[in-house]
Design a binder for this molecule. Structure first.
Ligand SMILES: Nc1ncnc2c1ncn2[C@@H]1O[C@H](COP(=O)(O)OP(=O)(O)O)[C@@H](O)[C@H]1O
Ligand SMILES: [Mg+2]
Length: 362
C-alpha cells in the first residue's frame, strides 16, 4: 500500500530528484509528469517481480525505456486517430483505371505525385511540392476518384472529411472543427486530407457570412503549417461550384494548384468502358466498342456507370423472363443509350471553359 502512494513533491523537487538519480535534467513541468510515471512504473515493476525494486532502479529503468515507450504510445495514438477519422488505405491500382490521356492525369502525375515522391530531386531543382489543392469541375467527372487515386499511388492515408462533420456544432464552430481535424491529421505521418463538396462550407454567400469567415480564417492559419517542409499532409478540396468559393481562399499563395476536371476524350471513355464491360454477361467479340465510345460523347464517368447499371439490369431481367442465357451485345447498348442524357451539355461545357480561364492555377 505504501508503495502506491504518490509522493507529493513540487515540480522543482521532482526535477531535482530525477537529476540526483539519473543525471538527466528536465524542465520542472515535464519532470513532475515524469515523476508520476516513474512512481507508477515502480509500483508495476514491484508487483511483477514480487518485491520492492526501489526508486532508483525504477527511475533508471523508466528513463532507459522511455524512448521505446514513447514510440509505442505514439503508434497507439496514431491507431486511435486513424479509426476516429475513418482513415483508409486506397489501392494503388485505382490510378490505372484512369486513362493516361484523361486530363488532368498527366498534370497530377508531374505536378503533385512526382514532387511528393522524389523529395531529393525536388529539393535539388528548387521545386516546392504542392500541399494544398482544389479540384473543380461539373458533377460526376471524377474529382473524388482522382483524389483517391493520388492517395493510392502515394501510399498515404486517405481521410475524407464530410462538410456535415465540420458543421455538426453549428456554423461558428466549422473553423474550430477543421482545426481539430488538422491537428489529428498532423500526428499521422503521411495523409491526404480531403474535403468534398467544399462549397458547402466555403461558399461566400454574403460578405459577412459567419460560415465562410470561420472556415476561411482557419484555412489561412493552416496554410503555413501545411507548407512546413517536414509535414507530409496533402490537403485537397473538391467542388462542383468553384465560383461560389470565398475569393479570399482562392488568392495566390493559398491553394498551390487549382485544377479543372472535365470531360473524357475517346480514350478516356474506352478505358472506363472496357473495365465495366468485364462485369457484364458479355462476349466481347459481339460488342462494337468503337461504336459505344462514339455514342457516349459528353458522358461523364458517372453517366457511364449509370449506363452500365441500366444495361446490367436489362440483361438480368431479360434472362429472368426468357429463362435462357441472355448475353449483352451492341444492340443492347444501342437500345439503352438513347434513354440516357449525357450530363455535359453545351451550356455546362461553355461555363466550365470560362471557369478554367478564370480560376485554373497549376
Ligand atoms: N477514370 C475513371 N475510371 C473509372 N471510374 C471512374 C473514373 N472517374 C470516375 N469514376 C467513377 O465515376 C463516378 C463519379 O466519379 P466521382 O469521382 O465521384 O465524380 P465527382 O467527384 O467529380 O462528382 C464514381 O463512381 C467514380 O468511381
Ligand atoms: Mg465527388
Amino acid at each position: 500500500m505504501k508503495d502506491s502512494l504518490p509522493e507529493a513533491l513540487s515540480p522543482e523537487a521532482c526535477a531535482n530528484k530525477i537529476f540526483e538519480i539519473s543525471g538527466a535534467r528536465f524542465e520542472a513541468a515535464i519532470a513532475a509528469d515524469l515523476w508520476q510515471k516513474i512512481l507508477k512504473h515502480k509500483w508495476l515493476m514491484s508487483e511483477k517481480l514480487g518485491r520492492d525494486i526501489g526508486l532508483r532502479t525504477a527511475c533508471i529503468d523508466f528513463l532507459e525505456n522511455m524512448d521505446q515507450a514513447l514510440r509505442e504510445y505514439m503508434d497507439y495514438k496514431r491507431k486511435d486517430i486513424l479509426t476516429d477519422m475513418g482513415a483508409q488505405r486506397i489501392s494503388a491500382e485505382i490510378w490505372d483505371t484512369i486513362s493516361d490521356s484523361q486530363p488532368p492525369k498527366q498534370l497530377v502525375q508531374k505536378r503533385i505525385i512526382l514532387p511528393l515522391k522524389e523529395e531529393d530531386l525536388s529539393r535539388k531543382h528548387g521545386v516546392t511540392p504542392p500541399k494544398t489543392i482544389v479540384f473543380f469541375g461539373p458533377p460526376g467527372t471524377g474529382k473524388t476518384h482522382f483524389v483517391k487515386a493520388i492517395a493510392g499511388v502515394l501510399a498515404w492515408w486517405y481521410i475524407e472529411i464530410l462538410p456535415s462533420m465540420l458543421m455538426v456544432d453549428g456554423p461558428d464552430r466549422i473553423g474550430a472543427n477543421l482545426h481539430a481535424v488538422m491537428e489529428k491529421a498532423r500526428a499521422l505521418e503521411e495523409a491526404v486530407v480531403f474535403i468534398d463538396e467544399f462549397e458547402e462550407i466555403a461558399a461566400s454567400r454574403h460578405a459577412a457570412n459567419r460560415v465562410d469567415k470561420s472556415i476561411t480564417n482557419e484555412f489561412l492559419k493552416q496554410v503555413p503549417l501545411l507548407k512546413n517542409k517536414g509535414n507530409k499532409i496533402l490537403f485537397v478540396c473538391a467542388t462542383n461550384y468553384i465560383r461560389q468559393l470565398d475569393a479570399a481562399l482562392l488568392r495566390p499563395g493559398r491553394f498551390d494548384c487549382i485544377i479543372p476536371v472535365g470531360g473524357l476524350d475517346e480514350d478516356g471513355r474506352r478505358t472506363i468502358l472496357e473495365r465495366l464491360m468485364s462485369r457484364l454477361n458479355i462476349n466481347a467479340a459481339n460488342v462494337d466498342l468503337g461504336l459505344i465510345v462514339k455514342m457516349t460523347a459528353r458522358f461523364t464517368p458517372a453517366d457511364i456507370e449509370y449506363l452500365f447499371q441500366q444495361v446490367a439490369q436489362f440483361s438480368f431481367e431479360r434472362e429472368f423472363s426468357l429463362k435462357q442465357n441472355y448475353e449483352v451485345t451492341t444492340e443492347t447498348f444501342v437500345e439503352i443509350l438513347p434513354r440516357i442524357r449525357p450530363s455535359l451539355t453545351d451550356e455546362i461545357i461553355e461555363e466550365f471553359q470560362k471557369d478554367i480561364i478564370t480560376y485554373s492555377r497549376v
